[in-house]
Design a protein around this ligand. Structure first.
Ligand SMILES: C[S@@+](CC[C@H](N)C(=O)[O-])C[C@H]1O[C@@H](n2cnc3c(N)ncnc32)[C@H](O)[C@@H]1O
Length: 196
């Protein structure tokens, strides 16, 4: 098995185990504040009634804010929690999205990009299925969070940190113009639109 598949399997296993505790453990001040900021960023850039796809939708903490939202996640247990909340979620992989080109108005993803070994493929898939644009976050390599993550040596659930300049180049290559960016405690949020 390739190194990328091994990492993916480890992440999936981690979230399958974590699913039942996820919502409760994310009720800390840090995550409540972060999710509030991320939701504000989403709402400022994606109209609420848009046809949207959330990649790595987890337990549906963001998905519930979009009436026409559909979520995919590769952890069966995370998907089950979202479905039990009445949300439209199904099993799917960020690097191989099973929807037609331009099927959605927008695609977004929070706290997932850093887990995906083939992150270029994830972005190109998000862009392929979106008519207008994408919102996502990455973990800033020049942040206190990066230092803390490295000290903790998170190995099982694979976390990568990225540099804004390399993300900017990647998005330019993918024909995306960055319209908004915001950082909160090492979580770097981007809103980009497809060039005509
Ligand atoms: C930290 S959680 C974030 C969940 C949700 N976006 C949120 O902010 O609450 C990361 C999620 O990404 C999912 N994930 C990681 N890699 C993935 C991949 N390659 N394809 C689909 N889902 C993935 C995990 O199963 C997990 O549910």
């Amino acid at each position: 098995m390739s190194e990328k598949s091994l990492k993916n399997n480890a992440i999936k296993k981690y979230y399958n185990k974590y699913a039942n505790h996820y919502d409760l453990e994310r009720k800390t001040i840090h995550f409540l504040k972060l999710n509030k900021i991320q939701l504000e960023f989403l709402k400022a850039n994606i109209p609420e009634n848009s046809k949207v796809l959330e990649v790595g939708s987890g337990t549906g903490q963001f998905l519930k804010s979009f009436p026409k939202g559909i979520g995919i996640d590769f952890s069966k247990e995370m998907v089950n929690i979202a479905k039990n909340k009445g949300l439209q979620a199904s099993i799917g992989n960020a690097t191989d999205i099973k929807f037609k080109d331009n099927y959605f108005d927008y695609t977004y993803s929070f706290k997932v990009f850093a887990h995906v070994p083939n992150c270029e493929k994830m972005l190109s898939e998000m862009i392929r299925v979106s008519k207008k644009g994408i919102v996502f976050d990455f973990y800033n390599i020049f942040s206190l969070k990066a230092i803390k993550d490295n000290i903790r040596e998170i190995k099982t659930n694979y976390i990568r940190h990225d540099n804004f300049n390399s993300i900017k180049i990647l998005l330019k290559d993918l024909n995306i113009t960055i319209k908004e960016k915001k950082e909160h405690k090492g979580y770097f949020m981007i809103y980009g639109v497809k060039n005509e």
